[in-house]
Design a protein around this ligand. Structure first.
Ligand code: 4AD
Ligand code: MG
Length: 467
């Protein structure tokens, strides 16, 4: 037989070239049959669906057919025919079968229905399951949609550093980066670590946000966004926290808080719409398998305006709920940071749709947020989502040099660390705003998964760095 070019399963299933010789390469999902004919389901990752291969037993070496088991990688060529059975449009009647690699009975993905916990332990193989194939195809599509959204609106993708000397969020949850010999640390005369010997000559860490550098870009290019890995050494073992995650941070010159909220709502709706339109099979699969309300929930978010609510009003609603007998684990009072249970109460029980909460107490927010005239609150905005809680955090930025400087001093941020950031306010300062979308939290929402460890290929959480 002449050399036939490989066709992906996704293209094969759309093909109507009946009678044509085609060639598929992939991994065997299932094999069944009888003494005359066997049916092999082959998946190549291009789509959730498998292509069915029909092989007449007489045409092949018995040993070869025996070696084909779940997990075996194969190259199968044959004639494309309209399928007789239900379930699929086309199938391949095999003429040649080549095995690249067998998979013996120790292959862990023999049976269907493994628990998500078990699959996390074999994260190196879980992309071969239907569930994780679907999740990672959706993840790709979301990344693509994000770049498309911003590109089409005149935003520039700006690359901010991964290794940094500044703690943007001021929460002190940074991973230190050092080339010092940990077994032999030199000290200065006052007993501190002598960082002058370190790679950068001073302490360095992995970034917790690209925002500060993003602002440098926005006050030059106008509209920018970053999209990169972000690191937080917070010891939170929750279904919504990773120590390495991806964040999208748009930053816009001349945007005030209302423009910022408008953009956040439009952007996130665009991403959800994109998923529904472009990942239809995968989302339907996850909906059927895990979360029957998924598609309804996605459509519901698209159809409804997000509520705009001030923090003080939110606290009042929560206090009223407590007065009416609702129990929360964590206390509610003006000045406290909201816990996920509070956020989800507002979204899921009170308003029953996404909420953008603004004007938080300045004490619980970062130094760079624009201060309101009341002297107590800042122009922060958090977008709160059903099932997720906070999906976006952002703010209008303080553009006034003196006010920003005063806040930095109050919060013990030394000028030597942020002098370059302060220069945006020293020279040609402008009102500007931005926000950060947690990429994995978006994927959680769009896939209906309930644990953030299941929407990133190789999750990083405390004490977990296998693979
Ligand atoms: O609210 P955060 O901390 O905001 C910032 O970092 C700002 N610099 C953003 C900006 O204004 N440019 O983080 C933004 C989002 C959160 O809303 C959440 O979705 C996600 O990042 N996030 C996490 N996702 C997974 N694991 C973690 N540990 C996360 N911490 C924050
Ligand atoms: Mg936040």
């Amino acid at each position: 037989m002449e050399k036939v070019q490989r066709i992906s399963v996704i293209d094969l299933l759309k093909s109507k070239d009946y009678g044509k010789t085609v060639c598929v390469k992939g991994w065997v999902r299932t094999k069944r049959g009888n003494k005359n004919v066997i049916f092999i389901a082959v998946n190549d990752g291009s789509t959730l669906k498998n292509i069915q291969v029909v092989a007449d037993v007489v045409k092949f070496d018995e040993n070869l057919l025996k070696q084909i088991t779940t997990g075996t990688s194969v190259c199968i060529c044959g004639v494309l025919v309209e399928s007789q059975g239900g379930g699929q449009a086309v199938e391949i009647h095999a003429e040649t079968v080549k095995i690249y690699g067998t998979a013996d009975e120790t292959y862990p993905l023999q049976k269907k229905g493994h628990s998500m916990e078990f699959l996390r332990e074999i994260a190196h193989l879980r992309p071969r399951t239907n569930t994780f194939g679907a999740i990672f195809r959706i993840r790709h599509n979301m990344a693509f949609a994000i770049h498309k959204y911003f590109h089409e609106r005149g935003f520039f993708y700006f690359h901010t550093p991964i290794i940094t000397a500044s703690d943007c969020e001021g929460a002190g949850q940074m991973f230190q980066v050092t080339t010092l010999d940990l077994k032999n640390i030199k000290k200065t005369s006052d007993g501190d670590v002598d960082f002058s010997e370190d790679f950068y000559g001073k302490p360095a860490s992995l970034t917790v946000s690209g925002q500060l550098e993003g602002e440098l870009a926005a006050t030059a290019l106008g509209l920018i966004y970053t999209f990169g890995p972000t690191f937080r050494a917070e010891n939170s073992n929750t279904p919504r926290h990773l120590s390495e995650f991806w964040m999208i941070e748009p930053e816009m010159a001349f945007y005030e808080i209302d423009d910022n909220m408008q953009l956040a709502e439009d952007f996130i709706k665009y991403c959800i719409r994109w998923a529904l339109d472009n990942c239809t099979d995968d989302i339907k699969f996850l909906c059927d398998m895990f979360d029957k309300e998924l598609i309804d929930r996605l459509n519901f978010v698209l159809a409804n305006d997000f509520v705009r609510l001030k923090y003080s009003e939110g606290i009042k609603i929560l206090e009223d709920a407590i007065a009416n007998g609702h129990k929360f684990e964590f206390p509610v009072y003006w000045g406290t940071d909201l816990a996920a249970e509070h956020e989800r109460f507002l979204v899921e029980q009170h308003f029953k749709r996404p909420v953008i909460l603004t004007d938080y107490p300045k004490e619980i927010k970062s130094f760079y947020m624009k201060q309101n005239d009341d002297g107590k609150t800042v122009r922060a905005m958090d977008v709160l989502f059903p099932k997720i809680g906070e999906i976006i955090g952002g703010s209008q930025r303080e553009e006034d040099f003196e006010k920003l400087k005063k806040r930095a001093v109050e919060m013990d941020i030394p000028d030597k660390d942020i002098w370059w950031y302060m220069d945006t306010r020293r020279y040609g300062t402008v009102p500007h705003s931005g926000f950060g979308l947690g990429f994995e939290r978006l994927i959680l929402f769009v896939t209906g998964m309930t644990n953030i460890r299941d929407v990133i290929p190789f999750p990083r959480t405390p004490k977990n760095i296998e693979f």
